[in-house]
Design a protein around this ligand. Structure first.
Ligand SMILES: [Zn+2]
Length: 133
């Protein structure tokens, strides 16, 4: 909980937070600051507050890099899984399309036969009617 720098109202949560590494101190130490942007619900003043201060050490940097690496590995793993899933879905769809095309072709050739039979019938009817005239 932080207090509004203008009217003292307590503000529960920041609009956003971010972190930055400050300049090295005289002793060569660097600090990573976590900052928060707050907005007072009463007077609407926006103000920044340092929420955290952490000494930057090689150990900390390595830990952070490892965390980033882990995140990247997870991302690439989940991407690979997604791609594999999509590829198998695509294969299924292609198979289905192939089946449907076969069914369609069979239906078309059955219709062609039917049409040919009907044509013959029409012809023989015409002949019959011609003979009657
Ligand atoms: Zn205020």
């Amino acid at each position: 909980m932080v207090k509004c720098s203008k009217c003292g109202t307590e503000v529960a949560s920041p609009l956003k937070t971010w972190s930055m590494v400050g300049r090295p101190s005289k002793t060569g130490e660097r600090f990573k600051l976590t900052l928060g942007l707050f907005k007072c619900p009463i007077c609407e003043k926006r103000f920044r507050v340092v929420l955290g201060k952490e000494r930057v050490t090689i150990k900390g940097i390595i830990k952070e890099i490892k965390g980033i690496e882990k995140g990247l590995m997870q991302t690439s793993r989940s991407l690979r899984e997604k791609i594999e899933k999509l590829e198998s879905e695509k294969a299924d769809l292609l198979e289905e399309i192939d089946k449907l095309r076969k069914v369609g072709e069979e239906k078309a050739s059955a219709l062609e036969e039917e049409v040919a039979t009907l044509r013959k019938e029409v012809e023989s009817l015409r002949k019959l009617l011609g003979d009657l005239e």
